[in-house]
Design a protein. Structure first.
Length: 492
């Protein structure tokens, strides 16, 4: 099991199997429609939602432009409050830091708050290789871990599972991880939640090391913020003696005042709540209150490379609300596993190819995992123009060109399998630069339209296999305009 799933086939191949799974599609359709409807009602309650969205966008853009300054300020603030800051350039370095910190405590197990960053770097697997057991405590993450599965949604990792499947997982797997499921466990939500509570309670009370991420980091005070709905995060953040937080460098905000915006937009966009049931904040360490030792691991792992891209950098605004997944017609039908990343859906289609590059089949295909309908942009609480970035990345995949990888400026080669697309675009560019040739081509196409096939031959067959070719008009627009108006309207 890998947090990045590298080695998967291209998205169309991975999605084909998922689309044929009627149970999966039913689970996804029910869950995404329910969440999106609730979100729409929660957002409609705020008259200033558009202003909050714009404020969030501006705060994030300002922070990213001055990221170097705010990161240094954050390190100084965390250190002054009694914490220790570690810098990790990539996943391997971050995993090594965390494993070493755990080993220095003498413990062999940790409890975890749900964290996309630790999934991104496959921390659980890295700790397991060192003989350290990492226990997920978020209910959905627990289901995924017990089922030896992979997350398929940013907010609801087990969205692809129904209640019957969860009951079976609890019955068969809980005993191997700790307290077994109660006898006679049914698939009612209350019983499933109680079984998870009893199973996790023992781990909370026994654990001496906690691992978390963070939704936000406040540069001016060194405060970290975790918002969640179950209370497991509060337990992991307060009971252990040592707390290790692995956080992407883009999660920083300059001041406490900035949280005012995001603590309104994040819960409404993610869980459709006016505010999160649990909002935990901590600043360094305090005697006789919470963990005695706090470590912050600041993770790059491709983020500065992404920041160097003037178009693609807006993906770093993401606050991981998952609203874009719940409105995406592609995600609803294919599910999250087909994206080959812990970041599925529209945001994953633009974030993963930038963090990991487009060298693998799955990453080169992700920018095409979209219909470009724009629904993701409409619901994004920080106004990430996902369709714009998708088109930008498609150009990078097809044409190659300059980019930044591991801090170095490189020239990417075009991905394999796009020769026909490149040839078509070059031909179109040549014609558009020559009005006479374009006019002649339009007239030829109109006069021969009865001979046009219903589907395209060769490489074009994949495109026309799921679409109807548009009918060519009897005459080009320019000829029609000249015939019916003669240019008189323009002269007048």
């Amino acid at each position: 099991m890998s947090g990045t799933f590298v080695g998967m086939p291209a998205f169309p191949v991975a999605a084909r199997e998922a689309v044929g799974d009627a149970t999966l599609r039913g689970n996804l359709r029910h869950a995404t429609h329910t969440i999106r409807d609730k979100r729409a009602r929660a957002v409609a309650e705020l008259d200033d939602w558009a202003a909050l969205r714009e404020a969030g966008r501006r705060i994030k853009d300002h922070t990213l432009r001055h990221l170097d300054r705010y990161l240094v300020q954050l390190e100084e603030s965390v250190t002054a409050a009694g914490g220790t800051v570690h810098w990790a350039a990539d996943a391997d370095e971050a995993n090594e830091i965390v494993a070493r910190l755990v080993e220095e405590t003498g413990e062999r197990e940790v409890v975890k708050v749900k964290s996309m960053a630790t999934q991104e770097i496959s921390l659980n697997e890295a700790l397991e290789a060192r003989g350290i057991h990492a226990y997920e405590t978020d209910l959905a993450e627990l289901i995924v871990q017990l089922g030896k599965d992979r997350p398929s949604h940013i907010l609801v990792p087990a969205i692809h599972r129904n209640r019957g499947e969860i009951r079976d997982i609890f019955r068969s797997e809980m005993g191997a991880w700790g307290r077994p499921a109660p006898k006679g466990l049914t698939d009612t939500p209350a019983e499933l939640a109680e079984a998870a509570r009893l199973h996790l309670r023992e781990k909370f009370l026994r654990a001496r090391v906690g691992v978390s991420g963070a939704n936000f980091m406040v540069a001016e005070t060194g405060t970290l913020v975790v918002v969640e709905s179950e209370g497991n995060g509060r337990m992991c953040l307060t009971l252990p003696e040592t707390l290790i937080s692995v956080v992407g460098i883009e999660k920083i905000v300059p001041s406490w005042r900035d949280l005012e915006v995001f603590l309104q937009t994040l819960p409404r966009s993610s869980t459709a709540e006016r505010m999160n049931p649990y909002t935990s904040m901590w600043t360094g360490t305090t005697d006789e209150d919470g963990p005695r030792t706090f470590h912050l691991v600041l993770l790059d792992n491709g983020r500065t490379d992404t920041l160097a891209d003037e178009v693609g950098r807006q993906a770093l605004r993401c606050i991981r609300c998952s609203a874009c997944l719940n409105v995406c017609p592609v995600y609803e039908r294919a599910g999250g596993h087909a994206y080959g990343s812990v970041y599925p859906g529209p945001i994953g289609a633009i974030l993963s190819p930038q963090l990991r590059g487009t060298g693998s089949e799955i990453d080169a295909s992700l920018p095409y995992a979209s219909s470009l309908c724009g629904a993701c942009y409409e619901v994004c609480p920080v106004a990430i123009d996902i369709p714009e970035v998708l088109v930008h990345l498609r150009e990078r995949v097809v044409q190659g060109g300059p980019a930044v990888r591991e801090g170095n400026r490189v020239v990417l080669k075009p991905a394999k399998g796009h020769a026909a697309e490149r040839a078509a675009m070059r031909a179109a560019g040549w014609a558009f630069d020559r009005p006479g040739a374009l006019r002649a081509g339009q007239r030829l196409a109109s006069r021969s339209r009865r001979l046009h096939p219903r589907t395209l031959p060769g490489p074009g067959r994949a495109w026309s296999g799921s679409r109807e070719l548009p009918a060519v008009p009897a005459e080009p627009f320019r000829d029609w305009w000249q015939r019916t108006h003669g240019g008189k309207g323009e002269a007048e």
